[in-house]
Design a binder for this molecule. Structure first.
Ligand SMILES: Cc1cc2nc3c(=O)[nH]c(=O)nc-3n(C[C@H](O)[C@H](O)[C@H](O)COP(=O)(O)OP(=O)(O)OC[C@H]3O[C@@H](n4cnc5c(N)ncnc54)[C@H](O)[C@@H]3O)c2cc1C
Ligand code: SF4
Length: 332
């Protein structure tokens, strides 16, 4: 049986108090929300905090509502409530879809949006027990000095494995953080960096309080797709989100596509305007967009499933997602 190590547990009542605790305890501290990732990772010896600061019940992290031209989602809202909320389904359907496809129902009832955005990266050689990792001499991300994936250099390429960020990026969302030093907002498209050890520009003592999604312009259609081993529960082998604004003649006004679960950060596919803007989503345009995604996505063996197969699935699912925007039956 895997046991939790000893730690002190703190239950602050306000976000300011939580921020003070995180600041005061420094690198001894770790925030916990639903705990669906923190707890297994602590049992595996991947996180070893002496002080655990609970974010559950902080009033500032609750609520989902439309304010002005934005949909505002508290970071402490569960994935189940994000997936089911009528305002999210109306204004950010791809986000509702992504939240509804995380893990399984029990984990979505505990896991939060904030925990999903701040989720640690994953790797075949990292998400293992301490005994398993020790047998291999550990790895660069935790306790060791070698990367078993790249075998060269000093870079960790563990995979970004959260489902909601691709949808949030295509929707142009921003994240609001609070720490003892004050507040700051970061567009989610700028949050992630290509470093599997710590793959965001968020500092460890910053608390994600809310996510703000601009209400999309009329004619915007969104979609999310996920490939996983078992549809009942698993992390993504590949996921992707799309937001496409169409004019009344169904010509593309703007298009944003993000593909993830391959490298350490979600990839915003570039160069789509030149192949799609001003045109309808014909077979030729769908193929061109899928081709751009295929060209730009190069997974490594950071997850147990063959990277070449995962790469080959990129254009297949991009095409299905695009065709599903105009003819929903084609998305199946
Ligand atoms: C079997 C299994 C399957 C899973 N499948 C998926 C999947 O398919 N897709 C997927 O995306 N995830 C999956 N997960 C991971 C996890 O359940 C979700 O990502 C969930 O959203 C994490 O939220 P949480 O509140 O439980 O986060 P926690 O575990 O509490 O925290 C996760 C990380 O985020 C930090 N954190 C949490 N909230 C905040 C905040 N407000 N501000 C700053 N930092 C914060 C914590 O310090 C920690 O580093 C799975 C987990 C398990 C155990
Ligand atoms: S990519 Fe390399 S360094 Fe990173 S977790 Fe995997 S084996 Fe470790």
């Amino acid at each position: 049986m895997l046991r939790l190590p000893a730690f002190e547990y703190h239950r602050p009542q306000t976000v300011e108090e939580a921020a003070r605790l995180l600041d005061g305890f420094g690198d001894q501290a770790l925030a916990i929300a639903g705990g669906t990732d923190v707890v297994p990772n602590m049992k595996h010896g991947l996180f070893e905090p002496a002080q655990v600061i609970s974010l559950r019940g902080l009033p500032e992290l609750r609520g989902i509502h439309v304010r002005g031209a934005e949909l505002v989602l508290g970071a402490g809202e569960t994935l189940a409530s994000v997936a089911a909320h009528p305002m999210v389904r109306l204004h950010a359907a791809s986000l509702a879809e992504a939240a509804g496809l995380v893990a399984g129902p029990q984990l979505r009832n505990m896991g939060t949006l904030g925990g999903n955005v701040c989720l640690d990266t994953r790797c075949t050689y990292y998400n293992q027990t301490r005994f398993w990792r020790q047998a291999l001499g550990y790895c660069l991300k935790k306790d060791g000095d070698t990367c078993h994936v790249t075998r060269v250099g000093r870079k960790c390429v563990a995979a970004h494995s959260a489902d909601t960020p691709p949808a949030l990026m295509t929707l142009g969302a921003s994240a609001d953080f609070v720490s003892a030093r004050g507040e700051r907002s970061i567009p989610i498209a700028d949050l992630f960096i290509a470093d599997g050890i710590w793959n965001t520009v968020r500092r460890p003592d910053e608390i994600l309080v809310r996510v703000r999604v601009p209400l999309p312009p009329e004619g915007t259609r969104t979609a999310f797709r996920k490939v996983r081993q078992r549809n009942a529960i698993d992390f993504p082998l590949l996921n992707m989100a799309l937001a496409c604004e169409l004019d009344p003649e169904e010509r593309v006004r703007s298009i944003r596509l993000v593909v993830s679960a391959l490298g350490s950060r979600p990839r915003m596919v570039s160069g789509l305007d030149e192949v799609a803007t001003g045109r309808t989503l014909s077979d030729e345009v769908v193929e061109a967009v899928a081709g751009k995604a295929h060209q730009q996505c190069r997974p490594l063996t950071n997850i147990i499933v063959d990277p070449e197969w995962r790469r080959a699935m990129v254009p297949v699912h991009v095409s299905r997602m695009l065709r599903g925007l105009t003819t929903p039956a084609a998305a199946a």
